[in-house]
Design a protein around this ligand. Structure first.
Ligand SMILES: N[C@@H](CCC(=O)N[C@@H](CS)C(=O)NCC(=O)O)C(=O)O
Length: 338
């Protein structure tokens, strides 16, 4: 072995001993696909369609990252994870990113060795009840049995809310999504509590007679949902963060999958920069200058993805609400690409 090779080998060994991981962007390129942690099947956000193709707002984010990296939104590897499994899968390198209705909290952003790369859905925790229970407000659920899924922030949030409001309840905590939904459908608990988006999805896609159930008006928490990556790889954090930001900014500037080629001829320098007509942002990320163009062309802007998956073009019919653009009174405010 020559000396140079020996030195490289020693450096690699040291890096391994220190627990340093290879740059995620390189790992992704080598694999030929972005590995995204999703739910095991939660309609509107991440679930396989009738053809077995994964669809949803979170899957679109995964596809956007693939479009940015490869110029091909189909180069994704979906790894279904229940709530409990998701963080270990990210920490261990089984997935490159969690695109899975995960609430950003201070604890998750610090103590778990992971970090959020933006917010793609502003949500809040709520309650779903059968109409037959005759309950109109969360204040009336004192003494109820409440179904929750293991490994969610929903467990602690509910406990905090109950303590603050002097409400008592009996938790029924179950590990897998289908089992917890089935327990609720079978009447093993009076109430289901999770993110309002989850409740809307469960009601429409999992319960036989959605009209027999109602989501109570109270929202008891902030649940900002967003993608997470491992700490310590800022280049990859940037790829994920700016892929999401590009979708949001494209909507703000009226650039969509339908008009992106037309818009590439726009005189607006902001649009020219987003679409790579004025180069720079691609090189900054270590990507092709068409990274954002490819996202918008193949996946669409944030509003298109929202309406198709969870909004008016979907069975969920969720209103934009907090997820409207900042120019429309919402919280979606893309950091500028320049
Ligand atoms: N946003 C909450 C809850 C997210 C969550 O995991 N929700 C459940 C209930 S809707 C879920 O997505 N389950 C799907 C699965 O385990 O496949 C969190 O980050 O802890």
């Amino acid at each position: 072995m020559n000396i140079a090779k020996g030195l490289v080998g020693a450096a690699l060994l040291m890096a391994a001993a220190q627990g340093a991981q290879a740059a995620t962007l390189d790992v992704v390129r080598q694999r030929g696909a972005v590995a995204c942690g999703t739910t095991t099947g939660f309609a509107g956000f991440s679930a396989p369609d009738a053809q077995g193709k994964w669809q949803g707002l979170d899957v679109d984010l995964c596809r956007a990252i693939a479009a940015a990296v490869f110029g091909d939104a189909d180069k994704i590897k979906v790894v279904p994870l229940n709530s409990q499994q998701r963080f270990t899968a990210l920490q261990s390198g089984e997935v490159d990113v969690l695109t899975r209705n995960t609430t950003v909290t201070q604890q998750r952003d610090t103590a778990l060795g992971i970090i959020h790369a933006g917010v793609n859905f502003y949500d809040g925790q709520g309650f779903l009840v059968p109409k037959s229970l005759g309950v109109k407000s969360a204040k009336e659920i004192n003494g109820a049995t409440i179904c929750l899924q293991t490994g969610t922030s929903n467990e602690n949030t509910l406990a905090d809310w109950a303590r603050a409001n002097n409400v008592s309840y009996k938790p029924v905590v179950i590990e897998t999504f289908n089992e917890v939904v089935n327990a609720f459908a079978a009447g093993r608990c009076d109430v289901f509590s999770t993110d309002a988006s989850g409740l809307a999805s469960i009601r429409i896609s999992k319960l036989q007679n959605p009209d027999d159930y109602v989501v109570l008006p109270e929202i008891i928490s902030k649940e900002p949902l967003g993608p997470f990556v491992r700490q310590g790889d800022d280049a990859w954090l940037n790829v994920v963060r700016w892929s999401l930001s590009a979708m949001i900014e494209a909507e703000e500037y009226g650039v969509s999958s339908k008009n992106v080629d037309e818009q590439a001829k726009s005189a607006n320098p902001n649009i020219k920069r987003i679409l790579g007509v004025i180069p720079g942002s691609g090189a900054n990320l270590g990507l092709d200058e068409k990274w954002a163009y490819n996202i918008i062309k193949q996946v669409g802007n944030y509003g298109e993805s929202f309406e198709r998956n969870v909004g008016q073009g979907s069975p969920l019919k969720i209103q934009r609400g907090l997820n409207a653009q900042w120019t429309q009174g919402g919280l979606m405010y893309a950091l500028p690409i320049r």
